[in-house]
Design a protein around this ligand. Sequence first.
Ligand SMILES: [Zn+2]
Ligand SMILES: [Zn+2]
Length: 701
Amino acid sequence: MPAEFVEVSFPIPLNKTFHYRAQGGSTGCRVLAPFGPKKNLVGYVVGRMSEKPSFPTKEIVRWIDAEPFLDESLLDLARWVSDRYLCSLGEALACIVPPALEAPKRPLKNPSTPHPTPSPPPPLQPGRSAKATVAERGEGIRLTPEQKRALEPLLAAVESRTFRAFLVRGITDSGKTELYLRAIDQVLAQGRQALYLLPEIALTPPFLKVLQERYGADHVALWHSGMSGGQRYQTWTAVRKGEIQVLLGARSAVFAPFPNLGLLVLDEEHEPSYKQEDRPRYHTREVALKRAESSSALLVMGSATPSLESYWKAKQGIYQLLELTSRVEQKSLPSVELIDRRPPKISSSPAASGRGPMDPRQGHSGMTAKNRSSVFSVFSEPLKLAIEQRLARREQVMLFVNRRGFTPFLRCSKCGWVSRCDRCSTTMTVHHGEPPSMQCHGCSKRVPVVIQCPSCRSMRLHQYGIGTQKVEEELKKLFPFLKVARLDRDIASQRKMHEKIYTSFLSGELDVLVGTQMIAKGFNFPRVTLVGVVDADVGLHLPDFRSAERTFDLLTQVAGRTGRGDSKGKVLVQTQHPEHYALQCAREHDYPRFYDQEIRDRERLNYPPFCRLINIVMRAAKEPFAHEAAEMLAEKLGSIDERMTILGPAPAPYSRLRAQFRYQVVVKGSAETFGPCLDFLRRYRPAKAFMTVDVDPADLL
Ligand SMILES: [Zn+2]
Ligand SMILES: [Zn+2]
């Protein structure tokens, strides 16, 4: 038999293929092949040739797959991801066929159910609870006139079997899910498959239940990156064989090998977690669009607060817009009140120096003790009163602050020293616990809390700002008999705790739940009649063009947590910027107005959707290396195409992280101008720094 040669791509950040001698096998299969001096690596065969290459070749160790794992369409998808997000073909292929994917040594029990439930996260209840939806289905859900109007074009598009993209903007509880399910019904009736994407695994359990009850447990499967290799193998193969008709999953499910895809649902399409943070830094929405297009399928994106980009595209007619503006059971939206937490104006304050007396870094000599304590207390009078009233009526309260820990920093009021991480540019957050500690939220470093200023030896260290622990503690001081629990990443890392807190809050054992954005998503507690946003300003002034959008989304989401039962809900938002349009629009539940204002700013300042961005960070242990690398890159990029705008170099918002200095260059351009720029970046290797390239970044932080 003549020697045959294969072209192999490896999941390494080197965009290059390698040639080996190999007998048999075919394109799309995986091989184990020698790489470098002693290692064997798993690679993907992306091509074959019968002619011997002009250079010496090694032989593969063995074929891993008997049949090709990747067909031409998946290979195409990998090429597209590699081109668009600047990763190697092998890295893109690794998304599609995760390295852990191998036939289980022994067949798993009950092979007909390819989704042995992975250790279930707590049963969060997105939107209307699974139980309600199923119960209502039993009675046959009658669609509202609005739902009917929205469904018509969806079903017509399914019938046409052509690529179409829809954006559904529907306020919370407006019945978006029912639309998706009806479209799935129709797609399955055509003998095609459907993919249902959610931004987080924690949100999947109730949806899985709904889908399994509707379509049969054998035809529905769950997919996420936390599953074991064996589970993934089974699900992957079942999807490819067409045995799975509906796949539910987070981000990585978008790469599942559907032979006959008819519909993709992208729920909560605005969620930043749809963007992958590590290489390849793909956006699930863009991959979903690509897949829908190449499969002549339908993409349905849904949200109460669509991303600015998507809504703009819908307004331009690039996506078809469907809007649901009333709640299915005619429940009114909760009333949202803003509580002004600006410090009172005091004539003797050092205003002449141009400093705001509220800035904790500036001191506050002009304030009376009483003013100071009221301004720095966690709870304003109206919020305190509202909590008290709810508790008296045996109703429940959720308190939200998007920052974990006790206080975000310590400061010496004598010399101005601030607790900072010695490896990062961030402050050390004080965490209460046994023992109390200061933690860096950038690199997770922990040190004991200092009681004496390390700089001037004074004992005058003060804590500033509010974290979840402080809210919990203050609440216990105010209402000693209250049953309160806290849910943030510190707690959620203890798995059982997460579930325990969820269940006891749902059953009414707890009165108040304090938490970070973790409690903003998907929870459905009918007894919650008050949501307090303790500090709405945490994310408002981040140096990022999406900070207003994120704040608006978060407040809308938080507001959606109340008034889900029979009583009307109320939301109290404490802020020092009550005039800010993101807060004003959230108060009015006015997405269109927020959109109008925000899109004008984006256009004026030329940010997406009016341009595309590439965020490049150069990092090095020595500051001059990172700085010089960024300078040099900016200069080179500047000469590629004068239609592109190059911002920077400038220190990145996290100017130091894990003992590395970081400099940032941001490129603004368009699809046309990006081609040559990406080609350049693909080949570019900075001399003394590491380079990270993020195409279409979710943020610039
Ligand atoms: Zn000091
Ligand atoms: Zn750190």
